[in-house]
Design a protein around this ligand. Structure first.
Ligand code: FAS
Ligand code: PHB
Length: 389
């Protein structure tokens, strides 16, 4: 087999890159370890920056998002029983789109089917070779046989646990990591959202987030112990704890129901430098991870894809190497700002085991400053809606 760009990983980064390159007449093959059903069963991000919305439009897959997505002009921040609103629209002229990552992935898969693009599921032992030559290739096992895919470039879109990052020699690779001493227990319920906008809540018992997918599908999270398992939490225990972490006015409106999905995500900040090696380019979680507090995971995958898509189109259309040669530097400049914002939001809104009374007063003062200062709210808003690509 031969293609122009071999894409390892059929999550949002790999699929979006493939679709954008297809629109530019560049051939790709996506190699995905899991089945499509498995990929589509994962409940993850819910907030899209405008940059990602525009990429979906450029990829020709925005129709359902524009119909079913919710434009949010602001968000609510709560501390104990007090809450205030940060008005993205008034402060930045911009907004975010609330539309689940699962739906983004579904839209991309359906577009690829319609275009007859090749996505190979159930691939195992995927391994890139000869990345430091002009003729890289990828080998993989599928349907009981070993296959070889020759290509011009390899896009490593294989997530945090994929093999591509490890192809960068250890002597070259630098990894930066911060692991947080808690996780997020998330619940999906077929109930109306508690508010029209998201509520990020800091409480004496820990963080909580009230989010949504549509008018009758809500997504809630509470900070939990890393040692917890979803089975430790009955639905009633979850709802009782959520009620104790959000303002009374929200609790009064909260409609509970059976969870249709319950999972725990650990929180970490992670960056791999560089994000390219020879003819391999890392995109998304393969290169970096953020705690979900700033809703940046999916959105930083999108900005990587934007830079790589434009670089590859320039290379194929007129042999221009600038984007290819500076991809890692360009992507990392924006990634580190998203890492900082995600770390800041996480530090502002979570309870840390080692916090003493003074630390908690500092957190209260930080939230009060955000409540009272237009400058502080503008800084938060411009990061939340997405810094320029
Ligand atoms: P993904 O991990 O989505 O996709 C990588 C793909 O590569 C997967 O389909 C995987 O099966 C495949 N793969 C892995 N190894 C392979 C191999 N060897 N061969 C072939 N394929 C291979 N972000 C937010 O903004 N908000 C959230 O609330 C949020 N919640 C999250 C909850 C969880 C449990 C996790 C893990 C992440 C969450 N994220 C959230 C971040 C998430 O949305 C990621 O940023 C997003 O999925 C990044 O997309 P990709 O880079 O495509 O990686
Ligand atoms: C979600 O809806 O899943 C969501 C929204 C905002 C976040 C994290 C997750 O910051």
């Amino acid at each position: 087999m031969r293609t122009q760009v071999a894409i390892i990983g059929g999550g949002p980064a790999g699929l979006l890159l493939s679709q954008l390159l297809h629109q530019a007449g560049i051939d790709t093959v996506v190699l995905e370890r899991r089945s499509r059903d498995y990929v589509l069963s994962r409940i993850r991000a819910g907030v899209l920056e405008t940059g990602l919305v525009e990429l979906m439009q450029a990829a020709g897959v925005s129709e359902r998002m524009e119909r079913d997505g919710f434009v949010h002009d602001g968000t609510l921040i709560a501390n104990g029983n007090e809450q205030f609103r940060v008005d993205f629209k008034a402060l930045t002229g911009n907004h975010v789109m609330v539309y689940g990552q699962t739906e983004v992935t579904r839209d991309l898969y359906e577009a690829r089917d319609a275009a007859g693009c090749v996505t190979l599921h159930d691939c195992s032992g995927v391994k890139p070779h000869d990345l430091d030559t002009d003729a890289p290739y990828v080998t993989f096992l599928r349907e009981g046989a070993v296959h070889r895919l020759d290509c011009d470039f390899v896009a490593g879109c294989d997530g945090f646990h994929g093999p591509c990052r490890q192809e960068i020699p250890q002597s070259v690779r630098r990894e930066f990591e911060k692991v947080y001493p808690f996780g997020w227990l998330g619940v999906l319920s077929e109930t109306p959202p508690v508010d029209d906008e998201l509520i990020y809540s800091n409480s004496g018992r820990g963080f909580a987030l009230c989010s949504m997918r549509n008018a009758n599908l809500s997504r809630y999270y509470i900070q939990c112990q890393l040692s917890d398992s979803p089975d430790d939490w009955t639905d009633d225990m979850f709802w009782d704890e959520l009620r104790r972490r959000i303002p009374e006015e929200a609790t009064a409106r909260l409609e509970t129901g059976p969870s249709i999905e319950k999972s725990i995500a650990p929180l970490r900040s992670f960056v791999c430098e560089p994000m390219q090696w020879g003819r391999m380019f890392l995109c998304g979680d393969a290169a970096h991870i953020v705690p979900p507090t700033g809703a940046k995971g999916l959105n930083t995958a999108a900005s990587d894809v934007n830079y790589l898509w434009r670089a590859l189109v320039a290379w194929y259309s007129d042999g221009e190497r600038g984007g290819i040669d500076t991809y890692s530097e360009t992507a990392l400049a924006r990634i580190w700002k998203a890492e900082r914002f995600s770390w800041w939001m996480t530090t502002l809104l979570h309870r840390f085991p080692e916090q003493n009374d003074f630390d908690i007063r500092m957190q209260d003062a930080d939230i009060a400053y955000l409540r009272d200062s237009t400058a502080a709210q503008t800084a938060m808003a411009e990061n939340y809606v997405g810094l320029p690509y």
